[in-house]
Design a protein around this ligand. Sequence first.
Ligand SMILES: Cc1cccc(C(=O)O)c1OC(=O)C1CC1
Ligand SMILES: [Zn+2]
Length: 304
Amino acid sequence: VNDAATTGSGYGVKGDRKTLNTYSSGGTYYLYDVTKPMNGVIETFSAQNRSTYPGSRSVDSNNAWTSSTQGADVDAHYYAGQVYDYYKNTHNRNSFDNNGATIRSTVHYGSNYNNAFWNGSQMVYGDGDGSVFAPLSGALDIVAHELTHAVTERSAGLEYRNQSGALNESFSDVFGYFLDPQDYLMGEDVYTPTKSGDALRSLSNPSQFGQPEHMNQYVNTTSDNGGVHTNSGIPNKAAYYTISSIGKAQAEKIYYRALTVYLTPTSNFSYARAALLQSTADLYGSGSSAYNGVKSAWDKVGVY
Ligand SMILES: Cc1cccc(C(=O)O)c1OC(=O)C1CC1
Ligand SMILES: [Zn+2]
């Protein structure tokens, strides 16, 4: 029996059918994707509802990943591959470290765990409790959000507190939008599965879910590392104004350049405005409509 890259199929968290890049060895199939360039590997594990990672490799006997508990594994694997492809094809970045680092996800973490996070080496997803969240890897914007935390960590390194932390959060939400641009909502595919129309956050209307959207509404607090998931509403609104005025194609180049060339661990909102304007000038000129779009976006949220 020889080892080989194989193609499987399965159902995601929402019951949607997906084709999967898998691997067969010794008669067992693994969620192990070896199809990416420069040996970039994507691999998915299960914590089997314990609070340890990475847990054990997700396996299947016949490469048909169709059981109800495999949806989280299927989506974590498939969406991580999509995010890899986005960063490679759109920004020529080879994995989160730009050096082909293996992208590892662990699903079924904890019990009824309503969280997802990048732990510094890998992505980790809870199954949710079925009321607040369905399994969290079931949303492409969440997977992109988590993997962008890794990109940020390996580039700007924005410290996860106060304004730099809110920028860290915002860049993850903004790239979540770039991956999943049908709407400006975050996490809507898995948030409150029994209730429609709501989401964790909105880039276009941060205040709809309790976030500020202007600098004069900045929340000074010690909770949540200085309100990083709250104050991200301000740069998120600026991103919304930018995208809706200059379009996604130019916006994503500007945001990627700011994140990887100009931002630093202690950058605040005002520095982010400057970094995005400099990136726009580098790419499209300081007299471009893109430059005016970025400038007016940050003017509107009161950051100078
Ligand atoms: C659900 C959740 C809880 C705590 C932290 C994060 C975090 O990754 O910051 C988190 O994930 C998100 O915010 C993703 C975008 C929906
Ligand atoms: Zn985050």
